[in-house]
Design a binder for this molecule. Sequence first.
Ligand code: ADP
Ligand code: MG
Length: 302
Amino acid sequence: MSNLEITGLSHAYGPKRVLNDVNLRVGAGQVVALVGPSGCGKSTLLRAILGTHPPTEGTVMVGDKLVDCPTRDVGIVYQHYSLYEFLTARQNVAFGLKLDQTSTPFRWFNPLAWRKLRRRHLEEADDFLAKVGLLPARDQYPSEMSGGMRQRVAIAQALIMKPRVLLLDEPFGALDEATREELQLMLLRLYAENVRAREENREPPYTVIIVTHELNEALFVSDRVIGLSQHHADGANGATIVYDRPAPVFKPEDPKDLTRFIAQKEELIGCVFSESQRRDHRDFITFWEEHDKAPAVAGAPM
Ligand SMILES: Nc1ncnc2c1ncn2[C@@H]1O[C@H](COP(=O)(O)OP(=O)(O)O)[C@@H](O)[C@H]1O
Ligand SMILES: [Mg+2]
């Protein structure tokens, strides 16, 4: 079973068709970068996966459930995520568990049980803050944090709910270059946990779709790149997936060797961003074909 399966998805805003016949299957543990021209419908696609704006046509399945409203199976982090300013980092991260697992009457009438559960939530929040490298800042308030720290808290806040799919919509777009690189490394460390889980025959814990307009970032942090675009033969009916190929996999300690990206970046620019392209949209949809042909190596996407 895939973590995410999109079938025949189209979306229109009134008479304007934005997405046309999007089909996509994402396996557990994949980190998928989603790129495409501005305004092509990337956020619209994420909102359909999130369940806040179901598609006009087609279906989104997460695990074995049809998505028609938001649930804890799908998490999202935006470019400008507002944390609760009156809560510390660890309280912010634990907040979703509190809402999910308790009610006000429960907390009022079972103070002892609630205190015990609360301690567990805060410990779990600490685990997730450690994963994003922020344990030392766990008692800080958002107003005391940099933009990069706030985004890390936002990501920990989403991860603690253990979503089957985590959506990141231009999550690092507002950060300076150095901070952005640190957060890219943080994603590679999460990916390394997936690799380890697979080696130990466990389900890889993080399945991520990250929208970014920075192609180096897309290729660096992901193991699969998808291009959404209206520049294809049937583009008048809306954007669809015109590119779907494996991306080079980096370990956190690997040097960020940009030369590994050059050819694929050119391919992406030509296929996804070039307005002169009017080819059949399936020419570069080869991810599963390439994946099934590849020798089984530790860390290969499944
Ligand atoms: N709520 C809306 N109502 C009408 N048009 C919208 C709405 N949201 C987005 N659009 C339009 O749909 C297209 C795709 O938007 P969006 O999904 O935000 O693109 P992207 O995230 O790729 O930049 C754009 O042309 C945008 O103007
Ligand atoms: Mg967008």
